[in-house]
Every structure is written in C-alpha cells, then in structure tokens.
Design a protein around this ligand. Structure first.
Ligand code: FE2
Length: 440
C-alpha cells in the first residue's frame, strides 16, 4: 500500500511538504498530494531525515560490561584484556540475543543501516557465525555489513591469520585489521599488506581499526592510505578511530591529509569511546584524543561516525543512539558554529552512505529508498539540542519503529512490540553463565 507523510519539514526546502512512499521508495515529494486510498500520517511539521547510519559498532560485545571483570582503569588495553576473557564465555545464542536486542534499540533511535565488527579471535569463529546470522535474521530492521575483525592482531599468533581468512570465506563483507596492536611497527606494516591481499583476493572492502592510541608515533594510517593507492582501492577503505592523529604535529598532519585525500579514505571517529579511553596516560592538560574531524572535513576528506560500543568492557554506557556520538563530536571537535551544526548530521547520514557506496539510493529525494527518520523538531540544530524524540522510523517504506506519547515500539515479527530499553543483563558466576532479561 502507498503511504503519504503529510506536513513534513525537509532540509533546505521551505515550508511543509507531503511525501508519497510507494514500493519502498520515495515516489513523490510535493505540496498538497492527493490520494484518497493511501494510508496517511500527519507529521505536523516534524523534520524528516534519511535514517541514520552507524559506521562502526561491535555488536558482539554489547551488554557485556561486568560480565567477567570490570575495566577499572578505563584504558583501551584493559578493555581488550577483559574482552579476551568475556568472549570465551559467550555462546552463539547469547551473542545473537544480545545483538538482536541492541538492534531494536538502534532502530528505535533512527538507525537502519550499520557496519559491525565481528571478532575473529575465537578458534571456532562462533562470534563471526553469530553476527552473520544476525545480518540475515534482522534484514527487515537493519542493513548490516559485517567486518571480520582480528581483535588480537593478524601476526601475534599462528591461528590469527587463518581465522581471519576463514571468516572472510564464511561471508564477512569487509576485512579488518588492527596494526597498532601488532607486536612491532614492522608487523603492523605487514598486517596492513596482508589485510589488503585478503581483500583483493576475495573482492572485499577494507575496514580497519587504525592508530587507536595517543601515541604520536603510531603512523599506520599513512601505510593504509599508500596501500589503498597502490592497489587501486580508492573509495573502498575506512579507517576507524585514528586517534593518534590528535597528537601528530601539524606539519605531519598536513602531509598526511594530502595522502588521505588521494586515497579517498573515509575516517570513522568514535567520539563516545575516544573521549573515554584516550588521554588516560596524561596528567594535565589531558588530550581529548579524538581525531581531527573539523580539519579533515575542511580538507575534503570524508568523515562518518560510529557508536563503537554499547555497555561493554570499553564503554559502560550507550543507548545505540547515533545522536549521542554526534552530540559528543560537535563538542570535542569545536564544531558548534551555526553552519557546522546545520551540516553535522552528514556525519551520521550522507557521509556514511558515501563510505558504504549507497549514496545513489539514500536521502530524502524522489526515487530514493524510503529509509527515513521523523524527528520531533523543526530543524537540525533543534533536533541536536534537545536530542529530539525519533517519532517514526521507516525502513524500505515500512514503519519499523515509533515513539508516541512516551511509548517506544519496534516492529518485530510483523507487529509492534513495546521496547522498555532495559539492558539485556547477563551475569557470570564461576565460569557458569546465567542469562536473564534485566529488571531494574
Ligand atoms: Fe572499535
């Protein structure tokens, strides 16, 4: 059935507009659309945007904060150690359930497309298998890309490389890497080349965790950019975090930007995690540890944000709401000028679509997919200021989430189900697992 969204505000268009949705796409945008047989929804002047995209999230670790040990130092490295213990205890079923719950939160917050990392470090690859299952099982709510992510590195143990290769064979969409986590600079450089080789052989994209550290000598981003250019991978590579860039001297950063532009790399900051785990070895002044978002954008380099973590060993908070990292990014990055704020949403919408290669079907325009979020606000700045309610969320023309009169609902199995947003609480005693839905 066709649907008409009436009285919508749309970015850069004056006044109120009607949007006809037909066959999952935006068929027409006009004023005073007629259609007596169509289902109609009066948006009452609310803002319509393309639904959000999360470029970097770890669905395997969601809700595991405190499942084994707590990360008491708040450092990235302790988070990795705690996760190493946690992941061994997670069953495939639990990973699928946790991820599914997180997806519902994310959809209700306006996200309908994401890229997740699946840790390849467990010998039986059950984490990868579980997230590939989630990718298929939740297509009605979310378009998901899975990155095979070697959390332990590619060269730190004999098992790492074959497991990464196997994960790609199983159907992961992208090849991951984490060169700053390898034992030496030389191993890090080698790991970049290996990741690109696997991507080239299997016709995959590259999606790295790159230079996630305050160490100004961590310079694997330049290696990734050079490899991208040499192999003709322009436009198919993303570099997550790149927090070391915060600490590079300006002369080096200037040179690096030329290379990034040539390589058409997308940089993916994760402001919530970055501000939390970076700067941990500083006394005062403490570095913010987020990559140079404003300067990258001004240099014409694509930047898109990720949520990264939801209540896990690295980041104990989070609601799967992309407006939270966006809110954090504009603060940390000094992007609060009027025009900065008007275009800030590009960081979780159009820039991400460009990185994923889906711009041709994305946006509030005739002919594009009806993947839309309706915000209870009149413009972008108001939406960001009040973290506006996501009143309606559409995926492929289907209303998949709504939040009216304070009741948050997500469509599952063909009907709406109230979402209470209590975290899926999981506990572990003496190696035995207990799982239950949290009731606080
Ligand atoms: Fe990450």
């Amino acid at each position: 059935m066709d649907m008409i969204l009436r009285n919508a505000r749309i970015h850069s268009r004056e006044g109120l507009w009607d949007i006809r949705i037909s066959d999952g796409r935006i068929a027409k945008i006009s004023k005073g659309l007629r259609g007596t047989h169509d289902e109609t929804l009066d948006l009452k002047g609310r803002l319509v945007m393309p639904s959000f995209i999360d470029m970097h999230v770890h669905l395997d670790s969601v809700f595991t904060s405190g499942y084994s040990e707590l990360n008491t130092s708040g450092t990235l490295l302790e988070g990795i150690t705690v996760w190493g213990d946690t992941r061994r205890k997670l069953t495939s079923d639990l990973i699928r359930r946790k991820a599914g719950e997180a997806l519902k939160w994310m959809v209700s917050n306006g996200t309908t497309r994401l890229r997740t990392h699946a840790d390849t470090s467990e010998p039986d690859l059950r984490i990868v298998k579980a997230l590939l299952d989630v990718r298929e099982g939740f297509r009605h709510l979310m378009d998901i890309e899975v990155t095979a992510f070697p959390q332990d590195g590619i060269l730190t143990a004999d098992r790492c490389l074959p497991q990464l290769e196997k994960a790609v064979e199983m159907g992961a969409d992208n090849v991951g890497l984490i060169p700053h986590n390898e034992y030496t600079r030389e191993d890090g450089v080698r790991s970049v080349k290996i990741a690109f080789e696997i991507a080239e052989e299997n016709d995959k994209k590259v999606d790295g965790h790159i230079d996630e550290t305050d160490d100004p000598h961590s310079r694997f981003l330049e290696v990734v950019a050079a490899e991208t250019i040499r192999r003709g991978f322009q436009g198919r590579v993303t570099a997550g975090h790149t927090t070391a860039m915060h600490s590079y001297d300006n002369a080096y950063a200037f040179k690096l930007f030329q290379l990034l532009k040539k390589a058409q790399l997308t940089i993916v900051p994760n402001p919530l995690t970055n501000i939390h785990v970076q700067g941990r070895f500083d006394t005062y002044p403490k570095r913010r540890g987020m990559t140079r978002v404003k300067e990258l954008l001004e240099s014409g380099i694509n930047v898109a944000l990720g949520h990264d973590c939801i209540m896990d060993p690295w980041y104990p908070l989070g609601m799967g709401d992309m407006m939270q990292p966006l809110f954090m990014a504009v603060h940390i990055g000094h992007m609060m000028g009027h025009q900065d704020l008007v275009t800030a949403f590009d960081l979780i919408t159009h820039n991400s679509a460009k990185a994923l290669g889906v711009s041709d079907q994305y946006g509030v325009e005739e002919g594009k997919l009806a993947d839309l979020v309706v915000l209870d606000a009149r413009n972008e700045i108001e939406a960001l200021a009040k973290q506006a309610t996501r009143t309606y969320v559409f995926k492929g023309g289907v209303l998949v989430a709504r939040n009216t009169e304070g009741v948050r609902e997500v469509r599952t199995n063909g009907r709406f189900e109230e979402l209470d947003c209590l975290p899926l609480e999981i506990t572990s005693k003496g190696g035995e697992k207990e799982e239950k839905m949290g009731q606080i």
